[in-house]
Write a protein that binds this ligand. Structure first.
Ligand SMILES: Nc1nc2c(ncn2[C@@H]2O[C@H](COP(=O)(O)OP(=O)(O)OP(=O)(O)O)[C@@H](O)[C@H]2O)c(=O)[nH]1
Ligand SMILES: [Mg+2]
Length: 368
C-alpha cells in the first residue's frame, strides 16, 4: 500500500494558487501566504489567477487546470495549496490530475491548529474538526506536515468496501470525541461557576490572530503566556486576576484569535473555548494598528462575535502596535485610525505606551 505519511525531514514545497480580481483578494493573498508559512511550508511559487470559465470538474477550465498541474510538476512542488474551497470531488480531481495532495485554506487552518494544540481540550477539539473535515474526503491524498505527530488518517487507494468501513470508523470516532468534549465542557463550566463565586467582572481579550492578545495579558498581569509572530499561537483560554486600579479587581481572559472564514468545523469544535468571549462582562477588542487589513480584521472579529452571541457586550477597542506606524506619517496615521475607531485607546504593548490609560478605562468600565 502506498505510504500515506512521512515524518518531516525537509520543508514541503508548496505551490500556492490564489484567485484574484474580487474585492479584498489582495489581503486574501497575503493571508494565505502567512498561513502557509505558519505551517512551515516552503513557498515554491505563488500564482495569482483570474477565473473566467468555471467547470464543475476543477472549478475552472480544464486547460487552466492542466497548465497549473504542469507548473506544479515543473517546480517540483510537493503539494498544491488553494486559496478557495474546492468541493471534495474537485479536490479529488485535482489530486488525480497533478498527482500531489491538494490543501485548501480550511485545511491549512485546521492543520495549524492541530500543530499548536497542547492541552487535552484543544487536542480533542482539533481532532473533531479534522475528522469532520475529512469525512467527506476519504480519498484525499495525505502527507503529514506536522513535526510533532507521527501519522495521519488516510485511505488513498482503498476500495469501496474499505471506504465504507473507514467511514463508519470515522463516524464512531467523531461520536466519541463529541462526548469527550462535552465532558471537558462541563469541567470548564464548573471552573467558571467557581470564578463567578468570586464575583469579579470578566474581561475577555478578543481580536484577530496575531493582534497581540497574549502580549497584552502578559503585560497587564505579569504572566508568561506564549506569544509569537505567527498565527494561532493561543488555542486555550487563559484567565488571570488583574487589578486595573487600586481596589478594583477583574478577571482577564486571553482567547483564541479569529480569522476570516474560520472553518465551520473549527468554530463548532472550539465552541466551548470560543464561548469564553460571549460569557465575559466586557470585551477588549485588540487590533494591530499596522496591519493594512485592519478594517477587514475589525469586521471579521465583529462577525465572529455575533456568531458567538457576544455582539451586545460593552467593548473597549484597543489599537495596538502603534510603535510600528511609519515614523514620518506616524501621528497622522494614528489620528486617522482614531477617527475610524472612535473611543479607542492607542497602545504599544511592546513599548509599554498607553497602558496606564488602558488600565483606567478598564477600571472605569468594570465599576459600572
Ligand atoms: N511591534 C509590536 N509588536 C507587538 C506588539 N504587541 C505584540 N507584538 C508582537 O505581535 C506578535 C503577536 O503577538 P501575540 O501576543 O502572540 O498575539 P495574539 O493576538 O495572542 O496571537 P494568537 O494567539 O496567535 O492569535 C508577537 O510577535 C508580539 O511580540 C506591539 O505593541 N508592537
Ligand atoms: Mg495569543
Amino acid at each position: 500500500m502506498q505510504k500515506l505519511y512521512e515524518t518531516q525531514e525537509k520543508p514541503k514545497r508548496a505551490f500556492l494558487v490564489s484567485i484574484v480580481g474580487s474585492a479584498g483578494s489582495e489581503s486574501q493573498v497575503r493571508e494565505i501566504n502567512g498561513l502557509a508559512e505558519t505551517l512551515g511550508l516552503q513557498i515554491a511559487a505563488h500564482e495569482k489567477i483570474r477565473v473566467r470559465e468555471k467547470s464543475p470538474k476543477f472549478g475552472m477550465g480544464s486547460g487552466k487546470a492542466e497548465e497549473l498541474a504542469k507548473k506544479a510538476a515543473d517546480i517540483s512542488a510537493d503539494l498544491l495549496v488553494f486559496d478557495w474551497a474546492p468541493s471534495p470531488s474537485q479536490q479529488r480531481n485535482w489530486e488525480e490530475l497533478s498527482g500531489i495532495p491538494v490543501l485548501d485554506r480550511q485545511e491549512l487552518i485546521i492543520r495549524i491548529f492541530a500543530d499548536r494544540a497542547t492541552t487535552r481540550e484543544a487536542e480533542l477539539q482539533v481532532n473533531l474538526a479534522e475528522l469532520t473535515y475529512f469525512l467527506p474526503r476519504l480519498t484525499h491524498k495525505y502527507i503529514d506536515l506536522s513535526r510533532q505527530r507521527g501519522g495521519r488518517y488516510g485511505t488513498k487507494g482503498a476500495g469501496e468496501t474499505k471506504l465504507e468501513t473507514d467511514r463508519r470508523k470515522l463516524e464512531k470516532r467523531i461520536n466519541q470525541l463529541e462526548k469527550d468534549i462535552e465532558q471537558v465542557r462541563k469541567q470548564r463550566q464548573t471552573q467558571r461557576r467557581q470564578r463567578e463565586r468570586n464575583n469579579l467582572p470578566v474581561c475577555a481579550i478578543v481580536g484577530y490572530t496575531n493582534a497581540g492578545k497574549s502580549s497584552l495579558l502578559n503585560a497587564l498581569t505579569g504572566s508568561d503566556v506564549q506569544t509569537e509572530d505567527k498565527l494561532f499561537v493561543t488555542l486555550d483560554a487563559v484567565t488571570r486576576r488583574f487589578q486595573p486600579a487600586p481596589g478594583v479587581s477583574v478577571l482577564l481572559t486571553d482567547t483564541v484569535g479569529f480569522i476570516r472564514n474560520l472553518p465551520h468545523s473549527l468554530i463548532k469544535a472550539f465552541r466551548s473555548t470560543l464561548e469564553e468571549a460571549s460569557l465575559a462582562d466586557i470585551l477588549i477588542h485588540i487590533l494591530d494598528a499596522c496591519d493594512p487589513d485592519i478594517d477587514r480584521n475589525y469586521e471579521t472579529t465583529l462577525s465572529v462575535l455575533q456568531e458567538l452571541g457576544a455582539k451586545e457586550l460593552p467593548v473597549l477597542t484597543v489599537l495596538n502596535k502603534i510603535d510600528c506606524l511609519p515614523v514620518e506619517s506616524g501621528e497622522n496615521a494614528l489620528d486617522g485610525l482614531q477617527d475610524r475607531f472612535p473611543d479607542s485607546i492607542a497602545v504599544s504593548v511592546k513599548k509599554g505606551t498607553g497602558l496606564e490609560a488602558l488600565k483606567e478605562r478598564i477600571a472605569m468600565m468594570s465599576k459600572k
